[in-house]
Design a protein around this ligand. Sequence first.
Ligand code: HEC
Ligand code: HEC
Ligand code: HEC
Ligand code: HEC
Ligand code: HEC
Ligand code: HEC
Ligand code: HEC
Ligand code: HEC
Length: 463
Amino acid sequence: MYKKPYFIFAIVLTAFLSFIITITSRAEEPPEPDHGLQSKYVGSATCARCHANTYASFSQTWHPNMLRRADDTNILGDFNSQDPDLVFTRDQVQWVLGGQYKQRYLTEVDGELFVLLSEWNVETQDWTAYVTGEWIPYEGQIWRNRPYGPYCAGCHTTGYDPASQTWVEPGVGCEACHGPGADHVASTGNRTKIINPARLDFQEQADVCAQCHSRGTDPSGDYPYPVGYHPGGPAKLNETFIPSTNPDDFWPDGTVKRHHMQFQDWQQGTHKDSVSCIFCHTSHSPGETDHQTRMVKNDRCLVCHQNQADLAEHIPFMASAVDKVNCTDCHMPQVSKFVPSDFQILSHTFRPPNPALSIAYGGQEQMPNACNICHADQSPEWAAAVLGQAIPEGQATRVPLPTPLPVSTQVVPVANISAEGGPPSLSQVSASGPNIWLWGLSIAALVGIFGYIVWRRLKVSLT
Ligand code: HEC
Ligand code: HEC
Ligand code: HEC
Ligand code: HEC
Ligand code: HEC
Ligand code: HEC
Ligand code: HEC
Ligand code: HEC
């Protein structure tokens, strides 16, 4: 009878432990093992519990859908095609990347992911061989030199840890731009415990987007993304990222030539001092037109550039055709490559078209200008004359770039591919609520049984 207090103590302890476990556990917590900072990430589905509307519209954008588990609804490529550029089968595809301009595919071997060597071009609806950089044959399977983790995952996933090659969430989730959210959630929404890019200083705000919309490497040169950077973190972007110095990435005047480099363009233009990415782009909603812009057509520019509102006055040389052109046609021409054959990405320097520069650098092929993209049957000399530009003499030297850093070809093992890709639906998200309780209660029950056994043994050994 005198052992009753122990029994009561065991019950109280069990109840207390189960309470603690239940309130601290979250269904979306990163998978074991815990890799330090990763435990500070909770995943977008957790944010959705309190920010349901934001989550719902965010789910319709490309960011969270960048990396998804392959299924019949998201594979766009035609696997019945006889195209020789298609070098693998549908069965090999476990994950899909993107699908707006192009889609690439990943295959999983022993928990490692590799990029397969054909890409589907959405616009032209055909396959292109995808081989870039140095390749070393690996057991005869060349694609095994393109491990997804070290080469790509840092920009397509959230909470990525290169050391363990694991991520918290596939796709660009809330915390990619807001930083790890565990403290904000634990404080039931304390606004000082989460990064709001709108409240950061101008450069740090741009860095939030620049971490992925740039080309370069981390300081070790092994990873093409800023290892160790996260919004609000102690390491700044310029300490964790060395921008590309590869001449193949730039036109001779410094304008970027390849995709995911919008930041490097923007930095060269006059907008870098006052017009940030998030002034023009929405982050959580599809926006008003393509590519998540806040406003439509010329309104996007005229909101600030009232002087150019009368296009006939701004471009008198083609006053008859003002209804056929937009600001972006001349100030954001498509001069960056997405697929090898095609330029689909818009320039973000916002510089005025400059045919004289095309002449100085050896022609439209060497240095495109917006006028001759439309007026392809005319020469840069014609366009320069229309604009009243002087025709430059001799060949200009290219804007100098520092020596390129070596690109690592080392194959780093990838492990532990975890969660499903793409954002779960809102109903799935809210259904995850009760699971926490179930989980907490199961652990509490186990602790209770264990406590009871210990108590029984103690009792036996005491008597
Ligand atoms: C691509 C970057 C990015 C992602 C991803 C992102 N946000 Fe944001 N968020 C921003 C920016 C930038 C702002 C500042 C206001 C703005 O530009 O809309 C912001 C503002 C907010 C705000 C403040 C209120 C408001 O709308 O201005 C909340 C709340 C928020 N985000 C929640 C979320 C949640 C929840 C998710 C995921 C479902 C998410 N964000 C994903 C960039 C992002
Ligand atoms: C438990 C509910 C809850 C969860 C879960 C939650 N938030 Fe919040 N969040 C809030 C509340 C409440 C506010 C408003 C705070 C205020 O106005 O003082 C807020 C505000 C914000 C803001 C605006 C901060 C500012 O500067 O005004 C951002 C950004 C944000 N949340 C992002 C997130 C992200 C990202 C996640 C997931 C990692 C998340 N929230 C999860 C409740 C939550
Ligand atoms: C973690 C990496 C990452 C971060 C951070 C990030 N992006 Fe992105 N962004 C991507 C990827 C990857 C895509 C391509 C998604 C796809 O096509 O599936 C993309 C696509 C876009 C697009 C094109 C969307 C469309 O509909 O065409 C815009 C615009 C964009 N990002 C703007 C931003 C802005 C602005 C920020 C900062 C507030 C930002 N991004 C932060 C990785 C990122
Ligand atoms: C430094 C960040 C970064 C790295 C590293 C990176 N990407 Fe991306 N990727 C982006 C961004 C940002 C976009 C969207 C904007 C753009 O393309 O201009 C994108 C777009 C894509 C798209 C097109 C998506 C669509 O909807 O059309 C594919 C496919 C893709 N990346 C595959 C890869 C592969 C494969 C690797 C590794 C070999 C890789 N990326 C490495 C940032 C990155
Ligand atoms: C002055 C406004 C403005 C600013 C600033 C701006 N963008 Fe854009 N961006 C646009 C417009 C306009 C488009 C094209 C939209 C369309 O096709 O209708 C675009 C397109 C894009 C796209 C789609 C792919 C492409 O390049 O064609 C991405 C990604 C993007 N922007 C990212 C960024 C990032 C990252 C920053 C900051 C470094 C940024 N933008 C700054 C206006 C802007
Ligand atoms: C938030 C206000 C704002 C928006 C929106 C904006 N701009 Fe600007 N723009 C500026 C400022 C400020 C400057 C630099 C000061 C100046 O020269 O007037 C500038 C400069 C320019 C220049 C001169 C660049 C040079 O190198 O000489 C061009 C061209 C330009 N913007 C085009 C555009 C286009 C095209 C858009 C729409 C896609 C746009 N701007 C949207 C504020 C804006
Ligand atoms: C047909 C091509 C074309 C179109 C369309 C066009 N521009 Fe321009 N823009 C130019 C050229 C060329 C210049 C350089 C003029 C000069 O140096 O005198 C220029 C210069 C500018 C400048 C810099 C002015 C300065 O004083 O330095 C701004 C700002 C600008 N444009 C904004 C716009 C806006 C906003 C729109 C849409 C309403 C627009 N442009 C449409 C060709 C165009
Ligand atoms: C988006 C495509 C586009 C861009 C960019 C563009 N133009 Fe045009 N331009 C047109 C169209 C369309 C017409 C109308 C002529 C027609 O219908 O054939 C035109 C007409 C002209 C005309 C009238 C003579 C003619 O050939 O009919 C001149 C001169 C001209 N553009 C010069 C320029 C210059 C210089 C630039 C660069 C600053 C430029 N254009 C940029 C599409 C463009």
